[in-house]
Write a protein that binds this ligand. Structure first.
Ligand SMILES: NC(=O)c1ccc[n+]([C@@H]2O[C@H](COP(=O)([O-])OP(=O)(O)OC[C@H]3O[C@@H](n4cnc5c(N)ncnc54)[C@H](O)[C@@H]3O)[C@@H](O)[C@H]2O)c1
Length: 315
C-alpha cells in the first residue's frame, strides 16, 4: 500500500515507519522536525519502500493537497502533534493548532481522496482510573490539560468523518509509550529520563509524591498496534486502547530503574492540576478486534531502553 505517515521523524513514528517498511509498504513521511529528527530515519535511507521524507507542516494545506493528489495514499497514519502536557499549558495555541486544526486539515484531504485515517490520540484524554479492571474505551474522558483538550476535539472530528461521510477512520489511544529513540532530556518520557539520570549519576526527580501510576507500553508493541489499526476494517469508526495492562507508581518505577533509593528525590509538581493519578489500560477491545496484545514486559523494555541509551551515548 501507499502510506502517508505524519510525525514519522519522531519517537513512535520512527518505529511505525520501520514496521510499515518491514511489512512491504511504500511510505512517505511528513514532519516539520519541530520535535523529530531526520537522523531517526537514517537506517531506512535506500530502502525500496522508503519513498520520500518531506520536511513540512500539517498546517500547510497547499502542501497537503499536493502530496495527497500526487500520491493517492491508501492509508494515512497521523502521528504528527505537539505532545508535551506542560508545553500545552504554557502555550495552548501551538498545541491546539497542531493537534486539532492540523488534524482537521489532514481529515479534509482524507475525505477528498477516500484515504483511511488512523488518528493517534492518547491515554491522557482519560479521567483517572478508579479500579483494577482498568480503563476501557467507555471510561469518561477529562480534558485536564490543553493537550488532552486538543486531542479530544480532534478525536471528535475524526469520528464525525466516519459517521457523516462513511470515511474509514479509527481513533487509537495508546498509553504512555517508552523505548529506544525517545528523547532523554526534560522533554522526553519518564523512563528515558530516569535511565539517563541513573547512568550519568544524577538524582531521579519525581514530581509530587510519586504515587501517581502509569501503564507503560513498549514502543515496538505500540507500533505494531498502530499499523494493525490501519490494516483492519474491524476498527473503523471505533476508539481503541493499547497498553500493558499493568500500572506502576512513579515511586516504584524509579526504584526498579535505579535500585538505590538515596538517588531518588521528590520535587514540587509542575502541573498538579493536570496530573492523572491512576492510568491503567484495559486492552480487551484491541485484543478482540485486532488480535493485539503486548509482548514486551516492563522489565525487558527497560533493559532494551537502557542498552540503547548506553550504546548511543546519549549522556
Ligand atoms: N509518547 C507517548 O507516550 C505517546 C502516547 C500516546 C500517544 N502519543 C501520540 O503519538 C504521537 C507521536 O508521539 P511521540 O511520542 O513519538 O512524539 P514526537 O514528538 O517524537 O513525535 C511527534 C512528531 O510530530 C512532528 N510534528 C509536530 N508538529 C508537526 C506539524 N505541525 N507538522 C508536521 N509534523 C509535526 C514532530 O516534529 C515529531 O517528529 C503523537 O500524536 C502523540 O500525541 C504519544
Amino acid at each position: 500500500m501507499k502510506v502517508l505517515l505524519t510525525g514519522g521523524a519522531g519517537f513512535i513514528g520512527r518505529w511505525v515507519a520501520k514496521r510499515l517498511l518491514d511489512d512491504g509498504h511504500q511510505i512517505w513521511i511528513l514532519d516539520d522536525l519541530s520535535n523529530g529528527s531526520e537522523t531517526n530515519l537514517e537506517e531506512f535511507r535506500g530502502h525500496l519502500g522508503f519513498m520520500q521524507f518531506i520536511k513540512g507542516t500539517i498546517l500547510d494545506e497547499a502542501l497537503l493537497s499536493d502530496i495527497f493528489t500526487q500520491h493517492r495514499f491508501d492509508i494515512c497514519y497521523h502521528l504528527g502533534a505537539s505532545i508535551n502536557v506542560q508545553d500545552s499549558i504554557d502555550d495552548p495555541r501551538t498545541t491546539f493548532n497542531n493537534d486539532t486544526i492540523g488534524t482537521f486539515y489532514i481529515l479534509e484531504q482524507c475525505r477528498k481522496h477516500r484515504t483511511k485515517m488512523v488518528f493517534m490520540s492518547t491515554c491522557m484524554v482519560y479521567d483517572r482510573c478508579s479500579d483494577e479492571k482498568g480503563i476501557t474505551e467507555e471510561h469518561p474522558t477529562k480534558p485536564a490539560s490543553p493537550y488532552a483538550g486538543a486531542k479530544i476535539a480532534a478525536e471528535n472530528m475524526v469520528m464525525s468523518y466516519y459517521h457523516a461521510y462513511g470515511l474509514p477512520t479509527v481513533v487509537i489511544r495508546p498509553f504512555n509509550t517508552y523505548g529506544p529513540f525517545q528523547k532523554t532530556g526534560g522533554e522526553g518520557g519518564v523512563v528515558a529520563i530516569f535511565i539517563k539520570n541513573k547512568i550519568s549519576g544524577k538524582k531521579l526527580h519525581i514530581y509530587g509524591d510519586g504515587t501517581q501510576t502509569r501503564d507503560l507500553l513498549y514502543v515496538e508493541d505500540c507500533a505494531r498496534f498502530v499499523v494493525e489499526s490501519g490494516y483492519s476494517d474491524q476498527v473503523n469508526g471505533q476508539i481503541v486502547n493499547a497498553g500493558l495492562g499493568r500500572d506502576i507508581s512513579i515511586n516504584e518505577l524509579a526504584k526498579l530503574i535505579v535500585e538505590d533509593v538515596s538517588r531518588i528525590q521528590h520535587v514540587t509538581h509542575i502541573h498538579p492540576q493536570s496530573e492523572i493519578q491512576k492510568l491503567l489500560c484495559n486492552y480487551k477491545k484491541a485484543q478482540k478486534l485486532l488480535g493485539w496484545k503486548p509482548e514486551v514486559t516492563l522489565e525487558e523494555g527497560i533493559h532494551r531502553t537502557e542498552s540503547w541509551i548506553r550504546e548511543s551515548n546519549l549522556l
